[in-house]
Design a binder for this molecule. Sequence first.
Ligand code: PLP
Length: 216
Amino acid sequence: MNPFPRLPGQRFLHSPGPTRLPDEVLHAMSRQPLDLADPRLDPIIAACESGLKRLLRTRDAQVLMYAANGHGAWEAAVANLLSPGRAALIPGTGHFSESWALQTEALGAEAVRTPWREGRPIDVEAVAQALHEDRRHRIAAVFCVHTDTASGVSSDLQALRAALDAAGHPALFVVDVVASLGVVPFDMDALRADVVIGASQKGLMLPPGLGFVAVN
Ligand SMILES: Cc1ncc(COP(=O)(O)O)c(C=O)c1O
């Protein structure tokens, strides 16, 4: 039974995602999959990689794709970038910085948080302070959420890059563009971002379940 009898037509959710799928994407999913050895597969994968690189604005980064949601791509970053005893500095943006911090801890690494205020972008001063205090360089990476989906607020990544440079801290600059890629201007090479993490279901207008990590 239709629970919305007086609302005919399609229902749209206007949030950062999951977004509505264009009809071309829905139709593409009804095609038969290709065999792994099918020679038509390589050019499709190459086109996905080069298209993502164009969107990320990177010339030389390598794009690694995962049959995983955004949490899977986050996990790839935590598992591969943080060796035992090292920490990630996770500037507070709200719900998603906190979720990433909890995941980092669940995987056995340390998360250093900066405070966040609802609806406000990353406090760059607090990040600079945390880097300054980390004299022994236990922080191996800074995990920044570009747009926090829960509030829709985007942070100033150039200012964060400048804070890392000014601190002279060797931490890797890792950016989550799950909600921002294709929506908010982003330039991986100009930012000198080391690792960028994305997923399919928001600005890319695909079904959930594909994650990617771009590494410089
Ligand atoms: C900014 C951001 N990062 C990471 C995630 C996690 O992605 P997923 O829900 O696909 O695991 C989300 C999900 O909404 C998100 O909005």
